[in-house]
Design a binder for this molecule. Structure first.
Ligand code: HEM
Length: 149
């Protein structure tokens, strides 16, 4: 009988792929790529929060300092960044909701016996993934229309 090895005694295998493994380490499913995007949008939002707090710090310097900071940030590139932040938040929030539901075991369906052709839980989860993607695309388009009109 196999005895369980404590995690401290397990050998540390080198992470040969590093960050490249986020994108490719064999056949990844759609949900695995959505997780990579979840990580990227999460880190992007963190960066935005830091920049947002930094930019708001200019308020402390009085009205002139604040107006010159806002003038500096008001340009087409700034608008594109603002749009990407909104779209990233829409994606991260909805995909995060999907991950929470699935981490808690909802939407996975009942376990099935491993009879060929196998139906793994990833594929059973797909309808929710497609509905979520459709809502995200609709939101991203809506936000874009609001931005340009
Ligand atoms: C409605 C709002 C949000 C929801 C529902 C949400 C949901 C989640 C969930 C469920 C995870 C864990 C994913 C997993 O391990 O399976 C996660 C990770 C993360 N979130 Fe959020 N999140 C939200 C807002 C934010 C915001 C505003 C930020 C940044 C300021 C953020 C940054 C991150 C980061 C950096 C991670 C770690 C990603 C990784 O493991 O590489 N999230 N989020």
């Amino acid at each position: 009988m196999e005895t369980e090895v404590a995690s401290s005694e397990k050998p540390h295998l080198p992470n040969r792929l590093g960050v490249k493994g986020w994108v490719w380490a064999g056949r990844y499913t759609l949900e695995r790529y959505l997780y990579t995007l979840h990580r990227l949008t999460g880190l992007g939002l963190l960066l935005y929060v830091a920049l947002h707090l930094g930019a708001n710090g200019f308020r402390l310097g009085g009205e002139e300092s604040w107006t010159s900071a806002i003038d500096f940030l008001t340009n087409p590139f700034g608008r594109v960044v603002e749009y990407l932040v909104m779209a990233a938040f829409a994606f991260h929030a909805l995909n995060g909701g999907r991950l929470i539901l699935q981490h808690l075991g909802y939407t996975l369906g009942k376990p099935k016996p491993p009879i060929y052709p196998y139906v793994d839980s990833m594929r059973r989860r797909r309808p929710l993934t497609w509905v979520m993607l459709a809502v995200i695309v609709a939101l991203a388009i809506y936000i874009l229309v609001e931005f340009v009109t």
